[in-house]
Design a protein around this ligand. Structure first.
Ligand SMILES: [Zn+2]
Length: 353
């Protein structure tokens, strides 16, 4: 196992990718919602301003679990979302604060800090006016990310090929490394009808350093698409599924149904009743192995991910993380342990539990 102490902020993102896996923990919205600092629905990261210590804590928990990248929590901290909740006036403040928090956690732990832009929920392929609006939204956020010292830039959870192309164009102008990851819903096409693999091809041709997929799909339904992306492009590929058990008939976490429960609002597990579908850490590790063996070097998890999932991913990929000191060792368990110090009469009870 390589030691986490070899991490250094001087390490170059692109050469890290060439030499092995780069791990990126995402999914801050869901984890901070579960911790009680963020509201499901609008999903705006007001927590950055209202409870910054909760954001710092979560970044640190993911670093402890082995993430290489600390992604600034600017997901949905864009003009359209802040307008919806009546906080457009806080736009620059929330972005800069999220970036400064991520930069600080990164510097203290030798990680890379990523600026982040995402789906705007404004773009329409056949309405050029929205293209200009989206470009302006990306430009202001990317400007702040550069200003606050981002090491790389991520555009994520993008539903439209056209929107991803604008995001990439804006990011490319900074000269920083770029990652573009797309949302794949039930259909393997973007909202503008462009096949997701073709979209990744176009993004590579336009100069993206990393192309791939994030969110929406669990490991089992994302991996077949991610493999096709891997075969179609020469650049690095990213896969960051949601850690939920999706399957062919319900391939996304928004399409999951739960016949075992009748008390869920609107009878839809997404987004606050997905608990019984959560992948365990071993399934997350299995995904990481499968992705890496397929030649995918940028690996992470999105909405639903918790630190124990990321630690399992990191350890599967050969890392010893700070949190690995507390990774499971059942040898000393009172019933299931094998340690000689455990009384045989307790060990013998394991079959009756
Ligand atoms: Zn997500």
């Amino acid at each position: 196992m390589s030691d986490f102490a070899t991490h250094s902020k001087d390490r170059d993102f692109l050469s890290m990718l060439d030499h092995g896996p780069v791990i990126c923990a995402e999914g801050y919205l869901f984890e901070l919602e579960r911790r009680g600092y963020l509201q499901a629905g609008a999903f705006v990261p007001e927590v950055v301003l209202e409870n910054p210590e909760a954001v710092i804590r979560l970044h640190e928990d993911f670093v402890h679990a082995g993430t290489d990248i600390v992604e600034a929590f600017t997901y949905y901290a864009h003009r359209e979302k802040l307008k919806i909740i009546g906080r457009e006036g806080d736009l620059e403040r929330i972005n800069r604060q999220a970036l400064q928090i991520a930069r600080d956690v990164s510097d203290r732990n030798g990680c890379l800090m990523a600026g982040n832009i995402c789906n705007t929920n404004v773009f329409e392929a056949d309405d050029p006016a929205t293209h200009a609006t989206v470009r302006a939204m990306f430009e202001e956020q990317i400007g702040w990310a550069v200003d606050e010292g981002a090491d790389l830039l991520i555009a994520e959870t993008v539903d439209w090929c056209g929107e991803a192309e604008i995001a990439l164009d804006v990011m490319k102008q900074t000269g920083l490394p770029t990652v573009v990851t797309l949302s794949v819903h039930r259909e393997e096409k973007m909202f503008d009808g462009v096949d997701v693999v073709e979209s990744c091809r176009r993004l590579e041709a336009a100069g993206a350093d990393v192309v791939g997929l994030n969110c929406q799909r669990g490991p089992k339904t994302m991996m077949p698409v991610a493999r096709r992306v891997r075969e179609a492009v020469a650049c690095h590929v990213a896969a960051l599924p949601v850690p939920y058990r999706t399957f062919e008939a319900e391939p996304t976490f928004q399409s999951l149904t739960d016949s075992a429960c009748s008390c869920i609002p609107q009878n839809r597990p997404f987004p606050t009743a997905l608990d019984p579908f959560t992948c365990n850490r071993y399934e997350c590790a299995e995904f990481a192995r499968e992705a890496y063996d397929a030649g995918i070097h940028y690996i992470g998890l999105c909405c639903g991910a918790a630190p124990h999932h990321i630690r399992a991913v990191a350890e599967e990929l050969g890392r010893l993380t700070p949190g690995s000191r507390y990774s499971p060792d059942m040898s000393k368990h009172m019933f299931f342990g094998t340690d000689a110090a455990i009384a045989e009469r307790y060990k013998s009870r394991r079959t009756n539990l």
